[in-house]
Design a protein around this ligand. Sequence first.
Ligand SMILES: O=P(O)(O)OC[C@H]1O[C@H](OP(=O)(O)OP(=O)(O)O)[C@H](O)[C@@H]1O
Ligand SMILES: Nc1ncnc2[nH]cnc12
Length: 172
Amino acid sequence: MDLKSLIRDIPDFPKPGILFRDITTLLRNPEGLRYTIDTLTQKCKEVGLAADYVVGMESRGFIFGPPLAYHLNAGFIPVRKPGKLPAAVHTVEYELEYGFDQLEVHQDAIHPGSRVLIVDDLIATGGTAGATAKLLQQIGCELVGFAFIIELRDLGGRQQLPDVPVVTLIEY
Ligand SMILES: O=P(O)(O)OC[C@H]1O[C@H](OP(=O)(O)OP(=O)(O)O)[C@H](O)[C@@H]1O
Ligand SMILES: Nc1ncnc2[nH]cnc12
């Protein structure tokens, strides 16, 4: 399936100079959605990505994380923007393609030694995924790999990540 044809490109969003890769057009396509989840699962299994937990970042990691966790027989743990999680949190700061932000995870959601797989819709600069990896590794988790629907290769985000397998479906 030509997944790229289901991604909509929006120039100058959310800021001038950013070419936004919009996944909502893929999500609303039944065959595209099924193919995306099935192929992501298959590729993770092919490289041996067994995990206790799939960790997804707010907000688009929440779309792809739970179905992937379901198919990999793992739990799902949300990593959220600041002030959203109700219990005690661990926090990390990171840089975006278009700004700065923080991410948080519940302290009691995850424990040293847990095998975790980080999932998001897209890797650009690698700031978000790299910060999430740092957060989880500081807790003492075993990071088994990353899975993204889209990789923006020119931004070199992969170089920001620890040396574990990276699964991607679409590259620009
Ligand atoms: O590799 P990076 O340069 O860090 O960029 C990738 C991140 O940016 C987007 O999220 P965003 O922070 O815009 O939040 P959203 O999902 O809530 O729109 C995207 O969903 C990734 O999480
Ligand atoms: N170019 C882009 N398109 C969609 N989401 C993004 N997140 C960071 N950069 C992005």
